[in-house]
Structure formats: C-alpha cells, structure tokens
Design a binder for this molecule. Sequence first.
Ligand SMILES: [Zn+2]
Length: 123
Amino acid sequence: MEALAAIGRHRFKPKYKMTKYGCKHCGDVCQVYKIVSPSDLKKAIRVVQDNIADGIVIESDFWPQQNLKISHEPFSGIQVNGPYDDFLIYYFECPECKQLFQLSAETYHGSGGLWKPIDRDSL
Ligand SMILES: [Zn+2]
C-alpha cells in the first residue's frame, strides 16, 4: 500500500538517508536537503506536501522554547509557486517515532534554506 501511494509523489533522494534519525516509517525524509534556488524551494514544498498526504510526517506544534513564535499560515495553506513569506519556518514530526523535522527558507534574499531532521533537545 505504501509503495502504491508513493507513485507519482515527490520524494527526496533516498541515498542521502541519515540512519541515526527517525524510524522505518520516516526514514526516507531523514536527510538534509539544501535549498539554494527557488526551484529547490518548490521541490522541498512539494516533497513535504506529498509526505504529509501520505502520512509520513505531520505538521508539528513544536516550537523552540527560547524563540518567539512566528505566526504564519499552516503549511497546508502554502502555494508551491508562492507568494511566500520572507522567511519560512515549519516543524514536522513523524507520527510513529516523533522524530522532528525543520523546514526553513529565506525567500526574500534568494531562497537559502534547509530541510533537516532535528533533535528536540538541541533547540
Ligand atoms: Zn519515524
């Protein structure tokens, strides 16, 4: 069932998997994906949207305690082609093992950003 659902979905490349994070369920998204261009950002948004659609990750309520929470659209409200806020930051988690992930991108200055698994305790 998982394989069928994955057909036609946007995915990160599994060769960059980081085995120290996550579990079997979320293994494919346990990797660092660098966003260095607007097309990378679109790809990252598509990949995350498809992984949400397939239940691999869910948007998380997590927010680092020491940081002021930025109010923003829920991730489900983001359009792949923008317009975006100047700075995007979203947290996601695996519903099985609670591994946390962060998607961040500065869209205003040319879209540097990152998708990565993170440790809750490191923030
Ligand atoms: Zn997991």
